[in-house]
Structure formats: C-alpha cells, structure tokens
Ligand binder design. Structure first.
Ligand code: MLC
Ligand code: AMP
Length: 493
C-alpha cells in the first residue's frame, strides 16, 4: 500500500484530473480514509474481505481502491463493459461481501445486490463525516487485489496480487521509465486490468505526477487533449495507436501539423498488452518523432520485459527483463540456452502473483516444480532482445489488448437455441491484432440470423468478445481424437 502512504509527500500537488475537476493528493487521501471508515463501520480491520466496485475511470475509482486497501480489504474492480451475467460471475467467484458503484453504474448493480443480499454503496454515500478512528496496519504480504483474466479454461480466473506484488510492480516501472513528479499522463485504458491500473494510474500516483482520466477512448477527443499541451506521457495498446494514426491520416495537412507538433514535447510513449506491428511503430515514428517503447507483461506478473528507456528500442522486440525480474525460456522442460532457439517465457520474482483465487490446482499448474510461472507465450532471444513468436494455446485470443478465451465464447454460443456446435478462433488483423470469428453448426428447424445472435450474445458477453464474423458449416474440422483443429479452421475464413 506504499502508493497510498506516499501521497503525504505530495499533498498539494494535483493527483487526478477527471471529467469533473482536478483533485490534490490530500483530497484523494482524505476521501480514501473517509471511505475506509465507512467500510469498516464498527470493525477494526476488514481482514481481506472482497469488495467489488463498478465505477467509470474517475477520482472516485481511485479513492475507492485506496479506501478498500486502507480498511484491510481486497479490491475487485469490475468492468464497466460487462453485461450483468459477467459481473455476477465475478461477484460470486470473488465472494464479494460489499459492492460499490458510482451514479452511472448504480442501477446496473442494484437488483443483483438486493437479490444476493449484498450491501451496495453509492459513492456519494461516503461524503458523510464519520468519527476518524485509527485505521488498521496492513502487512505487505496481505492480498490486495483480484483481477479477472481469461485463460485456457472457459471461465475467467481471479488473479490475486498482494500489496508487496503491487509495490514491486509499480516501483520497477517507475525506475525503468524514469517517472517524475512533473509527469502528466492521460489514462484511456479500462481500470480492471494491470495496464490501466498499475502502469498508468498507480505509477503516476507513486511519484506525485498527475493522472488524467478519459473514461471512453475517442481518437478525436484524445488528439484534442494532446494538443492542449499538458500531457507528456502516454501508454496504450497497439489498437489505440492504430486508431490514432487512422484519425491523423484523415485530417487536413494543417491539422496534421498541429497534431504532430503537440507530440514533440512528450517525454515517452509506450505500447504493450499485445504485439506492436512494426508498420504501426514506423508510422507513429513519422507522425510523432517518437520510437514507441514496447514492453511485455501479464495480469499474473505485472510487467516483466521492457525495451530500454535510454538506449535502442528495437522494433518487433519486447526488450530485456526489468530489474529484479528473472526470465528464462523453456522448451519441453529444458531450459533454452542458445540464442535463436525458442521457448516458453517463464518468470520468477517479487512481481509474480500469489494465486488464482480459490483455485489451488490451477495455481499449481501455472508454476513449474522449481517455482517459475509459465506464461504460455513463446519467445526467442535475439542478440540480447526478447521477441515474442506466439502462444502455446490456440484458445487464447488477444483482441485490442483484451485477452479472450475462445472456449468461453463457444460455451455461450452452444447455449443458443439455433446453434448445435461452435468453434471460435482469432484471425490476424491489422487493427485488432486478432479478430474473434466463429464457425457454427446450426439447427435446420430454428431460424438463424447473425444480427439477432450478436444481440443475444451482448446480453451475456462483453462486447469485445462478440465474434466479428460467423461462418456456417455442416461440420467442424477435427483430428483423430475428435478435437477441433483450430489451425485448419483458421484457413476456412
Ligand atoms: C471494442 N470493440 C472491440 C474491442 N473493443 N472489438 C474487438 N476487440 C476489442 N478490444 C468493438 C466494440 O464491440 C464495437 O463493436 C466497436 O469495436 C466499437 O466499440 P468502441 O467501444 O467504440 O471501441 P473503442 O473504444 O475504440 O475500443 C477499442 C479499445 C478498447 C482498443 C480502446 O478495446 C480497449 O480499451 N482496449 C484495451 C484493453 C486493455 O487495457 N488491455 C490490457 C490488459 S492487461 P460493434 O460491433 O458494436 O460496433 C495486459 C497485460 C499487459 O494485457 O501486458 O498490459
Ligand atoms: P493479460 O492476461 O490480459 O494480462 O494479457 C497478457 C498477455 O498479453 C501476455 O501473455 C501476452 O500474450 C500478451 N502481451 C503483452 N504484452 C505483449 C507484447 N508487447 N507483445 C506481444 N504480446 C504481449
């Protein structure tokens, strides 16, 4: 919880700018303490109770996260894009005992909260002054946050990080990317994943910098913010750079000049969460004069590998291990010793998560016998720089930076009355990195209409998981064991 404790060093500096106003570190800490007192009620320490919260990216989001930590509880940020069944899954799985929502999202949770008899607080309820009692002392080894991530199982798993994991994850980035209190970053990323939470928001707040929230990414509005001249640091997924480039391309020459000029004063621009295509890096270089710094991470480990801040940033490569993080490549349990030979990236270090929530078997499977975390990403070491080659599972798709499980989508598709069977794959795509597509087998006696199926899916899955294309076939490609051969399926599209 060092990020919260450090706030006292920067009391009068601006911590957050959201759509309403700016807030100092003092205001942030005061609000967080007030929330902690409300949550504690008569208790001395919430003892790692899970508190799930649904708010847009704002001052309230940060104050709630800090308030939960100050009260000794575990923060479970919910995704504002999720439909009710997906939110319910997280709330149930995390066994949340308290829910919090802002005004925009309160109605979405209220029926669920009543049904489950879980108290639901509205952010504004925390305004009332309460008697300030001492707050609990929180050991760094305690659980701090659960983020849900899709994997090779059909339902997302809760990744539990301790305070000590989070402290390390933030501090390693602060050092590697030379964060300074004069920095001002605009955060356009969702706040239920490490990229937005750790790399952007928490790193800024660690050093006394300003984090400006833009809750819904919009290329035009983001270019306007860049042109205002306050922001000097930016981090995003490759799809966002792709969309910024598309907007720049369709602007007038005069406007393009203004946009490019605005980027000249930036200190640093970073890309991650998915492979940065070299043409995007090169085009951004032309537009902005900046070579994007590409880095590699994962919900379970925060960031692990990064191109250097002040020496060569190599296109198509993710760089070198961050200080204090150990990396090795393994091929079928053999450690890869030779350059140019590929293997799975395995990670060890204080950044690595504690466990998958209530899933001891999945946790054990995720580690080797000698304690290295298996990422599932295949890489090679090329003259001192790691390069990602792919993933060991065809069932994991990365679209616009979101990790998506093909199995989860297939399971939901099979529940549709017109669908007998389904297989989902990711197709390489310049905008999204990978695009979700589905091959389905349909019943002859039930009418089938793609748009209707998409609307039906939107009630059950986050919008970014909805397949962009469907093809209808009589059978799926299968191997002799009856398993769908997804590599072959890809060629059908
Ligand atoms: C939106 N859409 C997507 C999508 N996002 N489709 C596929 N993949 C996505 N990621 C669809 C919508 O469903 C909609 O479809 C259409 O695109 C327009 O929606 P939108 O909401 O206007 O899109 P936009 O705001 O432009 O969103 C794009 C985006 C967003 C790139 C800003 O996807 C995003 O915020 N991605 C970041 C995810 C992230 O933070 N990942 C980090 C995970 S942590 P339709 O059909 O309705 O028009 C991690 C570790 C690490 O990976 O290393 O960092
Ligand atoms: P998530 O589980 O959402 O945290 O996503 C983590 C995954 O994103 C990693 O396992 C990688 O597959 C992918 N990823 C993150 N950064 C990069 C990168 N720079 N290049 C390629 N893949 C990346």
């Amino acid at each position: 919880m060092q990020v919260v404790e450090r706030a006292h060093q920067f009391s009068h500096r601006i911590a957050i700018r959201d759509k309403h106003q700016t807030y100092t570190y003092q205001a942030l800490f005061d609000k967080a303490s007030k929330i902690a007192h409300h949550l504690l009620g008569n208790q001395k320490d919430l003892q790692e109770a899970r508190i799930a919260f649904l708010t847009e990216a704002s001052f309230d989001y940060t104050a709630i996260q800090w308030g939960i930590w100050l009260a000794g509880a575990v923060a479970v940020p919910l995704c504002t894009l999720h439909p009710l069944p997906a939110l319910e899954y997280v709330i149930d799985n995390a066994e949340a005992s308290i829910l919090i929502a802002d005004e925009i999202n309160y109605a979405k949770l209220s029926e669920l909260a009543t049904q489950k008899k879980i108290p639901l607080f509205l952010c504004s309820a925390f305004l009332k002054e309460l008697e300030a009692k001492p707050l609990p002392f929180i050991e760094d080894s305690r659980r701090a946050m659960i983020l849900y991530t899709s994997g090779t199982t059909n339902l997302p798993k809760g990744v539990v990080s301790t305070h000590s994991n989070i402290n390390f994850q933030i501090e390693s980035l602060v050092k590697a990317w030379q964060w300074q209190k004069e920095d001002h970053i605009v955060n356009v990323l969702p706040l239920h994943h490490v990229h937005g939470i750790i790399n952007v928001m928490s790193s800024a707040l660690w050093v006394g910098a300003c984090c400006q929230f833009m809750p819904k990414f919009n290329p035009q509005k983001l270019w306007t913010i860049f042109k205002e001249g306050n922001v000097n640091l930016f981090m995003a997924v490759p799809t966002i750079y792709f969309k910024l480039i598309a907007f720049w391309d369709q602007s007038s020459t005069e406007e393009q000049n203004k946009m490019s000029k605005a980027l000249q004063s930036f200190r640093l621009m970073i890309s991650g969460s998915a492979a940065l295509p070299v043409p995007v890096l090169e085009k951004w270089q032309k537009i902005s004069g900046h070579t994007l710094l590409e880095r590699y991470g994962m919900t379970e480990i925060g960031m692990a590998i990064s191109n250097p801040y002040d020496s060569e940033r190599r296109a198509g490569h993710i760089g070198q291990p961050l200080k204090g993080v150990q990396i090795r490549l393994c091929n079928q349990d053999e450690i890869v010793e030779k350059d140019d030979a590929s293997g799975e990236i395995q990670i060890k270090g204080p950044n690595v998560f504690k466990e998958y929530w209530k899933k001891p078997e999945a946790t054990a499977e995720a580690f080797t016998e000698d304690g290295w975390f298996r990422s599932g990403d295949i890489a090679v070491l090329n003259a001192n720089y790691y390069k990602i080659l792919g993933r060991d599972s065809v069932d994991i798709i990365k679209s616009g930076g979101y990790k998506i499980s093909a199995l989860e989508i297939e399971d939901v598709l099979r529940q549709h009355e017109a669908i007998i069977d389904a297989a989902v794959v990711g197709l390489s795509d310049p905008e999204w990195g990978e695009k979700v597509v589905a091959c389905i087998l349909i019943r002859k006696d039930v009418p089938f209409e793609t748009d209707a199926v998409k609307s039906w899916l939107k009630q059950r899955l986050a919008v970014y998981k909805i397949p962009k294309h469907f093809i209808i076939r009589d059978k799926l490609p299968r191997n002799v064991l009856g398993k769908v051969t997804k590599k072959e399926l890809r060629t059908w599209f």
